[in-house]
Design a protein around this ligand. Sequence first.
Ligand code: URA
Length: 190
Amino acid sequence: MIETMEELKKTCKECKKCRLCETRTNVVFGTGNENAEVLFIGEGPGENEDLQGEPFVGRGGKLLDKMLNAVDLDRKKNIYIANMVKCRPPKNRDPLPDEQEACIGYLRNQVKIIKPKIIVCLGRVSAIRIIKKDMKITKEHGIFFERNGVIMMATLHPAALLRDPRKKPEAFEDFQKLRDKIKEICTSTY
Ligand code: URA
């Protein structure tokens, strides 16, 4: 385990563990408060993220920020946002199992440094990998699970909400449940 986020970021930026290093512009390591009690985990960078080196900066990111702000969360202040894979899969395909495997250690190390009380998975791919293999995101989003003392929940991916805006109210409900849970178990987020 690498002890500091700075050092971990440096290692990650030089990573050549899988083929995604060949096509990336930037490694998208993650952003936010290293002492956050709430960690959001997406799938992997898209085109805008690859170009800017920041997670969730495209249209989906704008929507995510709106939902976060609605429950008094702010990527620059009281949460951390990371992805399961740190480099963009070509044409935004799902990250392949061997790419996930190569990258997951960095996320585990981030979790060890941040020590979040709550993890929110954004979308199916991270929910399956992080919460449970047979996660059914359409049915089980907004439900809290416990893994090794950490509370976990999945919500719909912002990109899925852009594709089908009728699902937005369901996602907003998840964020309201999240706010209630934060108020129940967190001490420094609000
Ligand atoms: N989708 C993700 O899952 N992560 C990002 O950073 C951007 C889009």
